[in-house]
Design a binder for this molecule. Structure first.
Ligand code: ZN
Length: 438
């Protein structure tokens, strides 16, 4: 007897859709039969005309992000509810930046405590600032605690978060020995510091210009080609960055250099900064020109994962200051991430939310696939359902995508065999848990 049977759906397995019934026993996927043959289950859900997809993974979220004057508005409870409505069953948050190994334990415990209220499964990336300590020691300690990924910045020297190239090289080199992954926020600090534009919303995109990303991506690619190891470039905003890699470093792309991008860079562009709503769209790196936006779409095949960089603030917080430098940077995005990208790319976007992040971030085969023995994290998706985006379930009063028309909606979200969302209603019986990655 199975606990749950999902019958008559189009099931996404091994990169294609199959007409099968999926059976879940307790928390795991347990069996399959062809449509027409139904095994005994405690509960059966008819998924006719629906897509049955692996639960989505968002590898890049910020929850309780501390920016001094501001703190992003979602805690684990509200973020995980918004995520569940969007079909996300696992997300990966970032520990606060550290400069020495000694600080790791405290930042880790702090996140574990915050995450106790999560309704979905979660993991963390370790983050370093201007790291001055023993790289190997930190990588090993992080690994032992289930975190095989370290994030660093090539910019933000003004807040002491920029990591030196010497240390970046060490991190990349050591990643080849340990199998860790180095996540890099790639913007060229000198170009940003030397961009002498006004501190206004209208000029914001030019204050962190496209060249700052493209140049830094090239510099990192050169570094990787000279070392061993692997890097993962977070929130890539420019199609030009990917074209450069494709042209000069194609053997590294999706092999030792992985690209993550975010829905906002596909859906929105910098023209919005010229409008009166501009402040509500401030994030770092900034939105780009419509030309770069189009180039990003053209290069989607070389983008491995889609993360949201989720970090919402309220309208009041976004509008409190006039100088761009004082406005909190970040947008909410968890809830509508998949629908937005599905509307642009159709089913070809599915691997970037499932198997790709699962493999790259060491969640596979527990997560990211519908196969026997994997966690029963499943999204029932209605590809025909139309809806208009509203402010959503995140703990903020707007969504940057509000008013957009979508075709394709998450109907139900199942985490380890239990419904979190059932027919668009939040059930929330389960509690998320930390996924130890190794
Ligand atoms: Zn981020």
């Amino acid at each position: 007897m199975y606990t749950l049977g999902l019958i008559n759906g189009n099931v996404y397995r091994d990169g294609k859709f199959t007409k099968e019934n999926v059976y879940i026993k307790e928390q795991l996927i347990s069996n399959f039969t062809p449509h027409g043959e139904v095994l005994k289950c405690v509960k059966i859900v008819d998924c006719s005309n629906k897509l049955v997809l692996p639960g989505f993974i968002d590898p890049h979220v910020h929850i309780n992000l501390n920016l001094g004057e501001f703190r992003s508005s979602d805690d684990y409870e509200s973020a995980s509810i918004a995520a569940a409505f969007g079909g996300i069953t696992t997300f990966i948050d970032f520990l606060e930046p550290i400069n020495t190994v000694d600080e790791f334990e405290e930042k880790l415990q702090q996140k574990h405590k915050e995450a106790e209220s999560s309704f979905i499964d979660f993991s963390f990336h370790t983050t370093v600032g201007n790291f001055k300590d023993d790289v190997e020691k930190l990588v090993n300690l992080s690994f032992e605690n289930g975190i095989p990924s370290i994030k660093l910045f090539t910019t933000y020297s003004e807040s002491n978060r920029r990591c030196s190239y010497e240390k970046i090289s060490e991190f990349i080199d050591i990643s080849s020995l340990t199998g860790s992954l180095i996540l890099i926020h790639s913007e060229n600090d000198e170009i940003i510091l030397n961009s002498k534009v006004e501190d206004t919303v209208a000029s914001y995109s030019d204050s962190r210009p496209k060249e700052s990303e493209v140049e830094e991506v090239e510099r990192l690619a050169k570094l990787v080609s000279e070392l061993k190891g692997r890097i993962y470039i977070v929130h890539v905003t420019c199609g030009s960055s990917i074209e450069l890699l494709q042209k000069n470093y194609s053997e590294l792309l999706q092999n030792r250099i992985f690209i993550e991008s975010c829905p906002q860079y596909f859906i929105l562009n910098k023209d919005v900064y010229e409008t009166e709503k501009g402040k509500l769209f401030l994030l770092a790196p900034p939105l780009r020109s419509s030309e770069e936006q189009e180039k990003l779409k053209k290069n989607i095949a070389n983008i491995s994962t889609i993360g949201t960089d989720h970090a919402p603030f309220s309208k009041e917080e976004k509008q409190r200051h006039n100088s761009a430098s004082k406005i909190p940077k970040g947008l909410g995005g968890l809830e509508y991430s998949f629908s937005l990208m599905y509307n642009l790319f159709g089913a070809s976007i599915i691997p970037k939310y499932t198997i790709n992040p699962a493999i790259i971030h060491k969640l596979y085969p527990t997560k990211g696939v519908i196969q026997e023995g994997s966690d029963a994290d499943i999204v029932i998706f209605d590809p025909k359902k139309k809806f208009i985006i509203d402010s959503g379930h995140s703990n903020t009063d707007y969504s940057p995508y509000e008013g957009m028309n979508m075709k394709g909606a998450v109907e139900s979200t199942i985490l380890r065999g239990q419904f979190l969302i059932e027919k668009s209603k939040f059930i929330g019986m389960n509690k998320g848990r930390f996924i130890h990655r190794s």
